[in-house]
Write a protein that binds this ligand. Structure first.
Ligand code: HEC
Length: 206
């Protein structure tokens, strides 16, 4: 199991009754700008990462069905999702959102030391039936400021294989387009259920 540094995390109660949960969500939605601070990285991280993940999945599925996987390649970039821009406005305490992996397609998504330690710990004990929910890490940035990062694992699903799978799963035209746009691609030969990478939400801790 990954380590959760206990000082910075407020644990959520394991089973929140549905009614209480929706009241809480409603309150959060109304009060968020006033009450949210870097002290709630777990709650805000869950919202931000959850929405980006759903949006990525839906967008990819729609685009693969409408324009085909080759043209859908452009939509696996986080920046391509309209939600990414909204997140900055809606959650002012979120400094950035990025994706990373041990094997990346875009070299800009290369993990830094903290990213790598989280991904390697997940991979070492990875069980697709019980993926870890999240990890929270505190770190000092290159500029010497403190930051908090929320990590959520991204598993490989069947939809992903047309661009991240192996052999015939990736059509020749798709393979060629990936090779053209990402000559250093390492993000192939995954199987359904594998750990693909992480969505990372960074907060200022000061
Ligand atoms: C249509 C092709 C396509 C499909 C389908 C696809 N991806 Fe990607 N994926 C890409 C491309 C292209 C990139 C590089 C994006 C960029 O430039 O940031 C990428 C990058 C990523 C990254 C960022 C790390 C890296 O390797 O650069 C993750 C994580 C990821 N994909 C996960 C998934 C998951 C999970 C699915 C299935 C739900 C999926 N992808 C489906 C094409 C695809």
């Amino acid at each position: 199991m990954p380590n959760f540094p206990s000082t910075t995390i407020r644990r959520l109660s394991p089973a929140t009754p549905l009614a209480a949960a929706s009241v809480r969500t409603l309150l959060l939605a109304v009060l968020l700008p006033a009450v949210a601070s870097a002290a709630d990285p777990e709650e805000i991280g869950n919202q931000v990462a959850g929405r980006l993940f759903t949006s990525l999945m839906t967008t990819l599925q729609e685009k693969i069905a409408s324009v085909g996987p080759e043209a859908a390649i452009a939509y696996c970039r986080l920046e391509a999702l309209p939600l990414t821009a909204q997140v900055g406005q809606e959650f002012p305490q979120v400094k950035s959102v990025h994706r990373t992996a041990l094997r990346v397609r875009n070299p800009n998504n290369q993990p830094d030391a903290t990213d790598r330690s989280v991904l390697e710990a997940w991979l070492a004990t990875w069980n697709p039936a019980e993926p870890p929910k999240l990890v929270i890490k505190e770190l000092t940035t290159d500029h010497g400021t403190k930051a908090i990062r929320y990590y959520r694992p991204v598993p490989v699903m069947a939809t992903c294989l047309v661009c991240h799978g192996s052999g015939n799963e990736i059509a020749p035209n798709v393979r060629a387009a990936i090779a053209r746009d990402y000559p250093q691609d390492q993000a192939v030969d995954f199987q359904e259920g594998d750990l693909r990478g992480a969505i990372v939400v960074t907060f200022d801790a000061e």
